[in-house]
Design a protein around this ligand. Sequence first.
Ligand SMILES: [Zn+2]
Length: 66
Amino acid sequence: MPEPAENFTVACPRCCKRYVVSPAAIGKKATCKCGKQFVVAVPEEDVEEEGGGDYGVSGGAVAGPT
Ligand SMILES: [Zn+2]
């Protein structure tokens, strides 16, 4: 699972307030000022892979975070 090397920004899914968090907070729960609890996740634009997208894997089970 790719992780950003530096602090990054997450936004509350309810009120869209932004918080700066450290990579250590990934996967942990955060509570917004509005009361909404959400799991800290890496923004999609930071984990986008270029040149990928080939999932033609044959045989075996593929398991991992999505
Ligand atoms: Zn909020």
